[in-house]
Design a binder for this molecule. Structure first.
Ligand code: PTJ
Length: 243
């Protein structure tokens, strides 16, 4: 039991979710290390949604609601930490939800699908084909899902697939606490924020945004600026670390 008054309560709960999900096969052991890397960057960010990240989240929502075929790509860590939040965003944005794994096994595909469904998420299913130009199993996706999507939301992505999706002409919205990662640098919109903080904000914006504001956010979007602001926020934390 983690006491609710523990100063690191939220972080310890997230770690416990990841640990439990490793035991149930939803998260791979490598996913626990990816989570730790995320925690380190979140520490530098001050474990808060910066003003710049809030703008990125609103912009992400604008791209999603303007899309013809938006798809949310879900991996093990995302399912473990934010199944309910994924469902809410899918409903608010009209996006389909597809499971796509780096460490792909049929057992994990099934376990993650069942876990999402238990949280009310309608998961797109079918016969996956090797449709992306990648040598690993992230290439496997559904023809009517990620392959046909115009906008793909990729939380905790690896850089290879992000650049493959962008290369296919898709708009890629990434959620990644590391503003230096290849994913962050390649995506169309990079949300440098923690997954469980980012998703509800994107959902709220999907519900709130009108057509004019959404069009304006897309028109004025500047990802290089968002990345520079995220790095600056981390530098600021470090600069005041010894005050
Ligand atoms: O479930 P699978 O088999 O598809 O594998 C999933 C992982 C996460 C293991 C795989 O995609 C992977 O290895 O990812 P990477 O390359 O380690 O990238 C994960 C990125 O997400 C890193 O840049 C982390 O900083 C970031 N990250 C980790 N936890 C969070 C996060 N970003 C936002 N919120 C988090 N909670």
């Amino acid at each position: 039991m983690i006491p609710e008054d523990h100063p690191r309560y939220a972080s310890l709960v997230a770690r416990e979710k990841i640990a439990d999900a490793v035991k149930s096969g939803i998260v791979v052991i490598e996913g626990a290390s990816a989570h730790g890397r995320g925690e380190a960057f979140d520490y530098l960010l001050g474990e808060r949604t910066t003003k710049s990240a809030a703008r990125a989240e609103r912009t992400a929502a604008a791209f999603l609601i303007r899309a013809a075929r938006p798809v949310i790509s879900v991996n093990g860590n995302t399912a473990a930490l934010a199944a309910g939040e994924i469902g809410a965003l899918a409903r608010a944005s009209g996006a389909l939800v597809e499971v796509n794994l780096f460490h792909r096994t049929e057992e994990r595909m099934q376990a993650i699908t069942r876990h999402l469904e238990a949280h009310g998420v309608a998961v797109l299913q079918g016969a996956a084909e090797r449709l992306l130009p990648l040598s690993h199993d992230r290439a496997l996706c559904l023809r009517e899902g990620i392959y046909a999507a115009d906008v793909v939301l990729v939380p905790l992505e690896d850089g290879d697939r992000c650049s493959a999706l962008v290369g296919m002409g898709k708009t890629v919205v990434a959620i990644d606490l590391n503003p230096l990662s290849r994913t962050a640098r390649t995506a169309t919109v990079t949300v440098v924020d923690e997954l469980t903080r980012a998703l509800p904000q994107i959902t709220r914006s999907c519900e709130e945004l009108g057509a004019d504001e959404a069009a304006e956010l897309v028109r004025r979007h500047d990802n290089a600026r968002l990345l520079a602001e995220a790095v600056a926020a981390m530098q600021e934390t470090l600069a005041h670390a010894v005050d």
